[in-house]
Design a protein around this ligand. Sequence first.
Ligand SMILES: [Zn+2]
Ligand SMILES: [Zn+2]
Length: 464
Amino acid sequence: MELLNIYKDLCRNNRWYDAYCSTGENSNGKILYFLNTNYRNLWVFEAGYDVFKEIENIGRDQWIHHENHGEEKEKQHTVNMLKSKIFSRASNKYYRNKKGLAFGDMLDSDFSKEERWILIYLTILNGYFANIPNYINVRSNEIVNIMEKRGVNREKYISVLKSFIDSCDIGTEEIFMHDYLYFDSFYKEFEDIDFLQMFINAREDERKELKEYVQNQPRNREITKEETCTISYKYKSTGSYVKSTLVDNAKIQYFSLILLNNSYKNYEDFIDYALFRYNELYKNIDIDKIKSFIVDHEAVYKLIYEELFNIIQYSLNFRDEKEVNEQDVDLNEKIDDTDMYAVEKYNKVSTVLKKLAKVNSNYRCELEDFYGCQYFTSKESHKNYVEVHHLIPRAVGNDFENSIEVVENYVTLCPHCHRLVHLGEDVERKPALHNLYLKRKELLHEKGLDISEKDLKDYYLIEN
Ligand SMILES: [Zn+2]
Ligand SMILES: [Zn+2]
């Protein structure tokens, strides 16, 4: 009785209703916010790909605009395509990189819908959505931590996800009877009201009463102050939040939780395990065919694996670098960073640029004026030991038309300041970043890298 009454009361609160029915980035109603506004499941990547193929290598000024509001028709797809690194861009044109070409091969092969799902999932796993590298993994673990705080441990949460996925052929009305729907909907607190905790603490019969109430509410009814049912209205048949969204959220979280907290001998081991677990859920898929596709595109999938498990460490490189023959390196070449074998090329370019950055800075920390840095002498270079940091982080290079692999973006820092920039509290990182930004703003601009301080802070996940 009590749980249902609390819910009914809350539904009369307009702010609660807005918070949970909206699917905007900061709303409470969206568990995975990497998907674009108008599309809410993994098929957005298929749709986006098809749209982008049409405008490959066509300048942005040539894109078709909507007649009524003047926006480019393709614009809504750009975020996902770039953040998942399926397309890259050079000046104002978009093109398929190595990963994008593999994605196209996948769509052209006659994979079933279920076979395509796991391939899309694996392909976008190292995306940096919401400015977070490996977002899907990070976010899935965050949600589990939220659940654990409420006394739902990892195994229990995974089993709730699994039982929901197992029965996801059911109609929309039936989804209202699943715990997962309430977990997904109320994982965020609302103004100190922790409805999820109340739901978890309630007796079984109270939860059942709430679920049946939600199930029996007409979904299409216009909102009236006395009668709104937030959850049922959110799933109204003309709404943008549909059952397939929920199913996809559950599947994405389920696979991230069972796959990404394991350790693997190597990349093949990871792929085999992923396909084995997927096969448990979907018996009718052709595992050998999927496997052989992945093997054929090893350069792409191996890099995804290495980025996921941080085998490649781009950002925190605390070692003095080896010498590279500068004649071997073309600093003007834009490197395809979705290709495992291009990483070697990237490392060479980056080594040359790091050396150059250090020489330019005269082996001194660029925050020396502010922090009075101390040095020791490197036994490799016999100069001050300094490190080099990408001011615009390497992971977000695809957000820029021009290459961020330029010496203007390479900042020399002492070990103290370098760790501060990566690992410090926001209040301490903010002034450091501000000072670096002021020093580099103009230089970056000259290289066609225009960035506001606000956007830079966003990349460092610093709240304003
Ligand atoms: Zn760094
Ligand atoms: Zn310093």
